[in-house]
Design a protein around this ligand. Structure first.
Ligand code: HAM
Length: 413
């Protein structure tokens, strides 16, 4: 076949049962967010390129290597969003949502993001995220704890009972300045043997060296100083306060001194979640506190905290079956098409899902289709009667047109 097309590398088609699972996952997460008083927000899939440079950070892989930049249009340089947080902050500033009497702002979102990464299992170029952001002039310990509670309870709601929650803190600016100079001092003697990225990071952001994936560099980084030894008393108190609250609430966590996250805007607590039988997928989600993003984007002083889940990774880590939802009724039509269309509409009005196969199909092939599509009741006309076949029990009853609904026996519908 000449000139057929394939999907771009690193993207996925979700079809039938898989697409249904994705939609249900988003719905469950949306419902959880609502339970915590969080409201939805939808922002554009592309933004000005500068927003991500300033927001996500000039020294991050996401911005320096992985963005999909659109051709310049009318003098604007646009980029497909590599994450949500910067775009949401832009929307909050532009729409002056920070002036709302209902602070803190609590927002949730979902959709595609775009990162030009090397594709592998659980790593795509158009991954899907679901996340939340809490924003206010000052966010207290309660907001942080609530964000973590929501994260864990979302995972439970979708069947991930025992997530591994890794936590670290990047401290305030004062703590980070002290820590960065300790890191530089530690890495300087090794830097010649380290990768080009680490060499650059030593200059631009030494914290990012801790996130290097090169095995030899990881070994060197494993003995590097840890931030906890450089926290100011105030930062230490704040971090311990959060950890104590989590303990009181029975939320299990591990402290990971090398967790620094791949985005530049974090300040304070950072965290990631994993599933122990799917560690190969990497983090199922991650987030943290970011106090300078609003200012960096020209907004007022606003503190933020949030996280995003990788929806594709969540789906891969759920070991449930790939089966499409059953459909209640299939109406097999031979002659009286109008009557069947009328009945189908009546059933749908009663919330009974109804499928009409291609008119003219043989009864045998329609029944075969009903089997494959997990149809509960198969209805067809036989002489002057209608036959309602229970596909699960393999039993059938005959009735008149006006009694079809009563004979479906779909429990409650
Ligand atoms: P992130 O860690 O870059 O954080 O992404 C969050 C999650 O998205 C990851 O843990 C992973 O599950 C998923 N993800 C990211 N990239 C890919 C990929 N290429 N393929 C598959 N899944 C992927 C953020 O994006 C921050 N905006 C999170 C945040 C919100 N921080 C504060 N608020």
């Amino acid at each position: 076949m000449a000139n057929t097309f394939t999907k771009p590398r690193g993207t996925i088609d979700m079809i039938g049962a898989q697409a249904e699972k994705y939609q249900k996952l988003v719905q469950t997460l949306n419902e959880k967010a609502h339970l915590y008083g969080v409201s939805p927000i939808i922002t554009p899939m592309f933004e000005e390129n500068k927003l991500f440079h300033r927001g996500v950070g000039e020294t991050t892989d996401i911005v320096t290597k992985e963005t999909f930049n659109l051709e310049s249009k009318g003098g604007h340089e646009y980029t497909l969003r590599p994450e949500f947080t910067a775009g949401i902050m832009r929307a909050v500033i532009e729409n002056k949502l920070y002036a709302s009497p209902h602070m803190p702002l609590k927002l949730y979102y979902s959709g595609s993001i775009f990162r030009y990464e090397r594709p592998q299992t659980g790593r795509y170029r158009e991954p899907h995220q679901w996340g939340i952001e809490f924003l206010d002039e000052h966010l207290d310990e309660v907001s942080t704890v609530e964000v973590l509670l929501l994260m864990v309870s979302c995972l439970k709601a979708i069947g991930i009972e025992n997530p591994i929650l890794k936590i670290n803190t990047l401290g305030s600016l004062t703590s980070r300045i002290a820590y960065k100079s300790a890191l530089v001092e530690y890495f300087v003697p090794f830097i010649d043997s380290m990768c080009a990225d680490c060499k650059a990071r030593l200059e631009t952001n030494p914290l990012r060296i801790l996130d290097c994936k090169v095995e030899e560099d990881k070994k060197i980084a494993s003995n590097a100083p840890i931030i906890r030894d450089y926290l100011t008393d105030e930062d230490k108190q704040e971090f311990e306060g959060i950890l104590n609250k989590l303990q009181e609430l029975g939320i299990e966590y591990e402290i990971d001194d090398h967790l620094v996250r791949g985005l530049d805007y974090y300040t304070g607590i950072v965290f990631e979640v994993y599933e122990k039988s799917h560690l190969n997928l990497g983090a199922l989600g991650g987030g943290g506190k970011y106090d300078g993003l609003s200012k960096a984007l020209g907004g007022p002083n606003l503190e933020g905290i949030g996280f995003s889940f990788g929806l594709d990774r969540l789906l891969l880590s759920l070991n449930d079956e790939d089966k499409e939802e059953p459909i209640d009724v299939m109406l097999y039509v031979q002659d009286d098409v109008s009557l069947m269309l009328k009945l189908a509409e009546e059933l749908r009005k009663k919330n009974i899902s109804t499928l009409i196969p291609h008119v003219g199909k043989s009864l045998k092939s329609a029944l075969k289709m009903a089997d494959g599509k997990r149809i509960k009741r198969f209805v067809f006309k036989k002489d002057d009667f209608y036959v309602v076949k229970d596909m699960e029990k393999n039993e059938q009853k005959e009735c008149r047109y006006e009694n079809i609904l009563n004979n479906l026996s779909l429990g409650g519908k």
